[in-house]
Design a protein around this ligand. Structure first.
Ligand SMILES: Cc1cc2nc3c(=O)[nH]c(=O)nc-3n(C[C@H](O)[C@H](O)[C@H](O)COP(=O)(O)OP(=O)(O)OC[C@H]3O[C@@H](n4cnc5c(N)ncnc54)[C@H](O)[C@@H]3O)c2cc1C
Length: 418
C-alpha cells in the first residue's frame, strides 16, 4: 500500500488517480480550484472532444512535439482503450466528422461527472482549494509536498510515497492554469522548454482585418511565409477578427511554425489563397469570362461574384486597382494583379495572441528528463509527470486530451505499483 499525491485535478490528474487507485493505495488529488476539471468543462466548446477515433499512425502524426516520447504511453493506452474506458464506465460516446469523439450527450459536464463518480467509488480523496507550493525531497527521492489553502493561506506539509505532477500548461489562466508545475519541476532540477502559445490566433498589422471582422472564409488555403519562402500552408476555414485572423486553419498554422520564428516573428506574412482549387491559368480564364459577361460593370461589382463582398475593397486595394473602373478597362497587366491577389491576399503577421486565448501551451517540462515508459522523473525518484505540463502537444481533434489521458494512465499505473 502506498500513499500517492496527485497535483492537479484536470484530465491527466483524474486519469492518473483512477489508475493509481489499486493495491489499497491511498490516493489524494490536490486541486487549487474549487472543483475538478475546470478546463475540461470548456473543452470542445462545452462538448469535450475527448479523443479521436483515428488509427495509431494518425494519432502519432497529429502530435506536433515529441511524438516519440508518447510511443509507450499510446501503446499501453491508446484512443481505442480510452473509448472503451469511458463506454464501459457508463459514458456513451459518439464520433463525428474527422474522427472527433464526444460524449453522446454533447455535455463536457458528463465526462467530468463520470470521472468524479469513479474517483469516489475508488476512494480517492480530493482536496479542493488547495495549492501545492513546494516539494520535499531527500537524497534525490520524493518525500512530500507543502501545500496552501487558497482561502485561509494556511501552509501544510503532506508526506507521501509518490507524487504525480499533472498541473497542465499556462494557457487559459481563467481555468486555473499557472506555471506552478514548471516551478515545482524546476525546483528538483528539471529543465523547462520555454512556454509558447499553441493553437492560437494571429495578430495582424493594420485595421483591415477589423473592417472584415466576423467574416468567415471556407475552403481557402492559408499560408505563412518568411520573405519569399512559404513555411507552411493549411486548407480549410478561417475567420477575420478585430485583431487579425483566427479559425481552425490559423490555429493549426500556429503549431506548424518553428518556435524560433515566433519568438521573433518580424518578417512573417500570412497569405490567403481565396481560390485554392483553381490554378492561375484556370482562374485567369474565369476572370476573362466574368469580365466579358458584363464589360461595362464596375470592377468591384464583378469581384463580388468571385469573393465575399466585405473582402472586395481590401482585395482591390492590395492589388492597387480602382473598384469603380469598368471591367472593359482592365488590361492583362491589371488582371494579373487581381489574379495574384486572389491567389495570395497577404497581411503582415505581428504576433501570436496571448496565453489567455491559446488553446494549449507549447513547451513545458523537457521530456528528455522523464522516463517515457513510466513518466517518472529521471532526476528524482517517485516523482511522475502527466499531461500538458510536459513538452508534448498536438493539433486539434481530441489529441491533446489523449496525451493527458495516456500519460496520466501510465504515470498512475507506475506510481501505483507496489
Ligand atoms: C478552450 C479550450 C478548448 C479545448 N478543447 C479541447 C478539446 O476539445 N479536445 C482536446 O483534446 N483538447 C482540448 N483542449 C486542450 C485540453 O483541454 C488540455 O490539453 C488538457 O485539459 C490538459 O489536461 P491536463 O490535465 O494536463 O491539464 P489541466 O486540464 O489544465 O489541469 C491541470 C490542473 O492543475 C491545477 N493546478 C495547477 N497548479 C496547481 C497547484 N500548484 N496545486 C494544485 N493544483 C494545481 C489547475 O488548477 C488545473 O485544474 C482545449 C483547451 C482549451 C483551453
Amino acid at each position: 500500500m502506498k500513499k500517492i499525491i496527485i497535483v492537479g485535478g484536470g484530465a491527466a490528474g483524474m486519469m492518473a488517480a483512477l489508475t493509481a487507485a489499486v493495491n489499497d493505495n491511498e490516493i489524494i488529488i490536490i486541486e487549487k480550484n474549487e472543483k475538478l476539471g475546470k478546463k475540461l468543462f470548456i473543452t470542445g466548446k462545452g462538448r469535450c472532444n475527448v479523443t479521436n477515433s483515428c488509427d495509431l499512425d494518425q494519432l502519432f502524426s497529429n502530435i506536433m512535439t515529441n511524438p516519440k516520447f508518447m510511443y509507450s504511453a499510446f501503446k499501453s493506452f491508446d484512443n481505442r482503450k480510452l473509448m472503451d474506458f469511458f463506454e464501459e464506465g457508463g459514458l456513451r460516446l459518439k464520433t463525428e466528422r474527422g474522427g472527433r469523439v464526444f460524449p453522446a450527450s454533447d455535455r463536457s459536464s458528463d465526462v467530468i461527472k463520470n470521472l468524479e463518480s469513479r474517483l469516489k467509488a475508488a476512494g480517492v480523496r480530493i482536496m479542493l482549494n488547495t495549492r501545492v507550493r513546494s516539494l520535499i525531497t531527500e537524497d534525490g527521492c520524493f518525500k512530500g509536498v507543502v501545500c496552501q489553502g487558497t482561502a485561509d493561506k494556511k501552509m501544510k506539509e503532506l508526506c507521501a510515497d509518490a507524487l504525480i505532477i499533472a498541473t497542465g500548461g499556462i494557457s487559459y489562466p481563467s481555468c486555473g492554469a499557472c506555471p506552478d508545475g514548471y516551478e515545482l519541476a524546476g525546483s528538483i532540477g528539471h529543465k523547462i522548454v520555454s512556454p509558447l502559445q499553441g493553437l492560437v490566433p494571429f495578430n495582424i498589422k493594420g485595421n483591415e482585418c477589423r473592417e472584415m471582422m466576423g467574416l468567415t472564409l471556407k475552403n481557402v488555403s492559408v499560408y505563412v511565409k518568411k520573405g519569399d519562402k512559404k513555411l507552411c500552408e493549411e486548407f480549410g476555414e478561417m475567420l477575420f477578427t478585430h485583431f487579425g485572423i483566427s479559425g481552425p486553419v490559423v490555429l493549426t498554422l500556429s503549431m506548424k511554425l518553428d518556435r524560433e520564428l515566433l519568438n521573433d516573428n518580424m518578417g512573417l506574412t500570412a497569405g490567403i489563397d481565396l481560390k485554392p482549387a483553381l490554378d492561375e491559368e484556370t482562374l485567369d480564364k474565369r476572370l476573362i469570362r466574368e469580365f466579358e459577361k458584363s464589360p461595362n460593370r464596375q470592377l468591384s461589382n464583378v469581384c463580388e461574384s468571385l469573393m465575399p463582398k466585405a473582402l472586395v475593397p481590401v482585395c482591390l486595394s492590395h492589388a492597387g486597382l480602382d473598384g469603380e473602373q469598368p471591367v472593359n478597362g482592365i488590361d492583362k497587366k491589371k488582371r494579373r494583379k487581381l489574379l495574384r491577389t486572389i491567389k495570395g491576399l497577404e497581411f503582415e503577421l505581428v504576433s501570436l495572441r496571448g496565453f489567455s486565448e491559446a488553446i494549449i501551451t507549447r513547451g513545458g517540462i523537457n521530456v528528455k528528463e522523464i522516463n517515457p515508459k513510466t513518466m517518472e522523473s529521471r532526476l528524482c525518484k517517485n516523482i511522475y509527470f502527466a499531461g500538458e505540463v510536459m513538452d508534448v502537444d498536438a493539433l486539434t481533434g481530441g489529441f491533446n486530451l489523449q496525451i493527458a489521458w495516456s500519460s496520466g494512465m501510465v504515470a498512475g499505473k507506475a506510481a501505483g505499483e507496489v
